[in-house]
Design a protein around this ligand. Sequence first.
Ligand code: HEC
Length: 154
Amino acid sequence: MRFMLMVAAASAVCATVAIAEEEDHFADAVETRHGLMLQMATEMGKVGAMSKDEAPYDAAVASKAAANIAAIASVLSMDQFPAGSEYQKATDSFALPAIWTAQDDFLKKVADLNTAAATFQTAAGTDLDSLKAGMAGIGGACAACHKVYRQPEE
Ligand code: HEC
């Protein structure tokens, strides 16, 4: 009996260690994609403030923000989304499992973001009216992916 208890306790410890290792295994990827996403959100904040007349329009700042979004979009790939690093399996992940079951569509949404960012780059640097008109396109590319592939935070 005592032996059985010890075996049970030992395997419980092993299971815990296995989960911890699995989570650590994805920590870098989750952290990397969060960093890329947060930087895009920071850039969106700059152009968003201008589009809402909360910040003065500055063509150079707007153009640079749009260029940064385009640069980050070009980095996004499955590299930051290793299979298994999903919501409730990897720590801090809000990435839905559909990313891996519908990978072609997920990558199409990455490509759509790249296209939208290139278009927005021209608009943002032209004038305030063009920036305002371009906001829906770039914001829509973010939302189109989040709607399907990102678990909303509580
Ligand atoms: C191709 C899909 C896709 C596109 C396009 C996309 N995202 Fe994301 N985004 C995700 C996924 C998936 C997550 C959840 C990642 C996770 O929690 O591991 C996420 C998470 C985020 C987060 C939360 C980061 C955190 O630390 O929890 C922010 C902010 C964000 N995205 C901003 C943006 C912005 C801004 C754009 C557009 C400029 C954008 N995203 C475009 C898929 C996308």
